[in-house]
Design a protein around this ligand. Structure first.
Ligand code: AKG
Length: 285
């Protein structure tokens, strides 16, 4: 690339010398499968990706998160009868597949610019007796008027089966196309019924909320949320993730935690690629 620059777009390639842009493993998914997932997503505002985790992966998640479920929600949004675990990647490796599943990345690759980011990874355990959560969207905190393209997307993974009465996520089908109107009492909340190991994928524009848990058992789930690479993620992962965590995760996760550059300069550290912080002997900040 020439060093003569007359416009920023001249710099939209990969300027890195040592650490080049890495490709998402979503590229390995059959394009026909991604086409079908995307068509459902565009039509309904959500798509259920069924049975992606093995029983062994589900057991490993349940076993590792159980001892970490020691806090109850602090307000009506988090849920007074809901347990949440934040900073999951620093606490266990068992949930990595939730963040970097190729089937999910393949959809994100189609929806967002390269080097999109992980915005949130959270365990959500809805206990018996919990009320329905208020409907909300996951990109509504970015103050841009609707209707518009989503600025991010979310997955909610069933670790327990999601049933009609155990707190399965409620979605308002088609609401991804709404303008600035808010849902009222006529909004139809539909529970996403799916088996453990499946996930529902929806754009940040879809109205949804945790369902009421009218059953006798808790409902364990994980949510992974993603955003465009030019937005501020909800969790400040570049601050919260230890260097050991960043070294241990997959290249897909590392890139999505912010160890990547949105061309030409977003994400740099002292003018350099953030991966330099992972080199042996790199100074801790
Ligand atoms: O737990 C769920 O099913 C959804 C929760 C949710 O949307 C949230 O807490 O932001």
């Amino acid at each position: 690339m020439s060093t003569e620059v007359s416009a920023l777009r001249d710099l939209d390639g990969d300027l890195a010398g040592t650490y080049r842009r890495t490709e998402s493993s979503g590229g390995g998914v059959d394009p026909a499968v991604v086409d079908a997932d995307l068509a459902a997503l565009r039509r309904d505002g959500y798509v259920i990706l069924r049975d992606l985790l093995t029983p062994a992966e589900l057991d490993a998640i349940r076993e590792s998160v159980a001892p970490l479920l020691d806090r109850i929600g602090r307000n009506g949004f988090e849920g007074r009868s809901t347990q949440r675990i934040y900073s999951v990647l620093n606490k266990t490796r068992s949930c990595d597949r939730i963040a970097d599943h190729p089937r999910v990345l393949a959809l994100l690759d189609r929806l967002f610019m390269p080097n999109y980011l992980l915005s949130m990874l959270q365990v959500i355990n809805i206990l018996p007796g919990e009320q329905a959560q208020m409907l909300h969207t996951d990109d509504g905190f970015y103050p841009l008027p609707r209707p518009r393209a989503a600025l991010g997307a979310a997955t909610i993974w069933a670790i327990d089966d999601f049933t009609a009465d155990n707190g399965a996520t409620d979605i308002v089908a088609g609401s991804h196309l709404w303008g600035n109107e808010l849902p009222d009492d006529t909004a139809v909340r539909e529970p996403v019924v799916m088996s453990a190991g499946s996930c529902v994928f929806f754009p940040g524009t879809l109205w949804h909320g945790g369902g009421a848990n009218r059953s006798a058992n808790s409902r364990l789930a994980l949510t992974a949320q993603y955003c465009e690479p030019w937005l501020r993620p909800q969790e400040a992962f570049t601050l919260s993730m230890t260097r050991d965590t960043v070294r241990a995760v997959s290249e897909d996760i590392r890139r999505m935690l912010g160890y990547s550059i949105h061309p030409p300069f977003i994400g740099q550290v002292d003018g350099m690629h953030p991966k330099r912080l992972l080199e042996p002997g790199a100074q801790s900040l």
